[in-house]
Design a protein around this ligand. Structure first.
Ligand code: DAH
Length: 351
């Protein structure tokens, strides 16, 4: 028994020494190995405990002698183990110290989508001019998307705006839900909700049934604007749109208006800005015309005002619609409209 106890002490000591030596070289492992050793020798079911169990079988005298020896060894080992634990802990801490000279791990930061950048810029400008920024439903009724905007059911203007129709009948048993083809339906919705006078812009996603290619996309973004008050005229519209051009493309940007038909305005017009790339001299981007077609606009049609519950004799105003994709493409030199929704990180990371 005595020999066994001495042997145990010796072995525990040796193993512990070896562990400490190794801990200097491979600090990561030491803590785990230490636990193992401690349980093996000093644990409740460990080697020392097993020897102590054997005391029952020896005579009373010897039991006292061995008992004392065993307790002494236990105490010694416990002290040694706790000293070793301290050592391992402090060498691990030393190893965890931060080496400030190592290169850091760079945090990945996202960036804003180019459409968001253009949208933010316009929102900032229009807010400063006192326009509200509104949101509207992407799924619209046929009424708001077309009829309230003076586009009758069989009007040829619908051909240009074929879209995705929703397979659900309304209370009257008609299919009248569709994905909005433009942000213009918000003209009537906003007027109905806020009344006149009104200044609002409405950025948002629109849809058309397009065969996609580098210039056509079934899902795209517009920014609608409307200003209604008493005695608003064409020159107010021109003033506002001129400001927008200067903000987007630079101080020297000029605006010209050319007549264009849109059912919901009269007169209707296309706002063109002098090409910021060639300064109006003519280049590939402006198709050698010196001008970029940017914005549809006009004085709000009396029928639209009536649909919104306003008296066209009392109120009037202008409305306009920007294609945000086109703006972003021009501004950032993007040559394929499909990149906006493509989700290609290599594209998005550039902004
Ligand atoms: N909604 C038109 C389109 O998608 C753009 C537009 C033209 C908006 C004239 C307007 C406007 O508000 O007055 O082509």
């Amino acid at each position: 028994m005595k020999i066994k106890l001495e042997q145990l002490k010796k072995e525990a000591q040796e193993q512990l020494d070896a562990l400490l030596e190794r801990a200097e070289q491979v600090p990561g492992e030491a803590a785990e190995k230490f636990q193992e050793l401690e349980t093996r020798f000093l644990g409740r079911k460990g080697e020392l405990a097993a020897l102590l169990k054997g005391l029952k079988e020896v005579s009373d005298d010897l039991r006292r002698e061995y008992g004392e020896l065993a307790n002494q060894i236990k105490k010694e080992l416990e002290e040694k183990f706790s000293a070793a634990a301290q050592k391992i802990k402090s060498s691990a801490a030393k190893n965890e110290a931060v080496d400030v000279t190592l290169p850091g791990v760079k945090k990945q930061r996202g960036s804003l989508h180019p459409l968001t950048l253009v949208e933010n810029e316009l929102e900032e400008l229009f807010s400063s001019l006192g326009f509200m920024v509104l949101d509207g439903p992407e799924m619209e009724s046929d009424y708001y998307n077309f009829e309230a905007l003076n586009v009758a059911p069989h009007h040829p203007a619908r051909d240009m705006q074929d879209t995705f129709y929703v397979d659900k009948k309304n209370a009257k048993g008609e299919y009248d839900l569709l994905m909005r083809t433009q942000t213009s339906p918000m003209q009537v919705r906003a007027l109905k909700k806020y009344g006149a006078p009104l200044r609002a812009i409405i950025p948002g996603r629109c849809f058309r049934s397009e065969a996609t290619d580098a210039r056509h996309e079934h899902t795209f973004y517009q920014l609608e604007g409307i200003m209604i008050d008493k005695k608003i005229n064409f020159s107010h519209m021109k003033g506002v749109l001129e400001l927008v051009g200067q903000r987007l493309f630079g101080e020297d940007t000029k605006l010209r208006m050319r007549p264009k038909f849109y059912p919901f305005v009269e007169p209707g017009s296309n706002g063109e800005y002098s090409c910021f790339l060639c300064g109006g001299k003519g280049c590939r981007v402006c198709k050698y015309s010196g001008w970029l077609e940017i914005v549809g606009c006009g004085l709000v049609h009396p029928e639209v005002l009536r649909a919104a519950g306003l008296d066209p004799e009392e109120y009037c105003g202008f409305a306009f619609g920007f294609g945000l994709n086109r703006l972003a493409m021009l501004k950032y030199g993007i040559n394929d409209i499909r990149l906006f929704n493509g989700g290609d990180i290599r594209f998005l990371e550039q902004f």
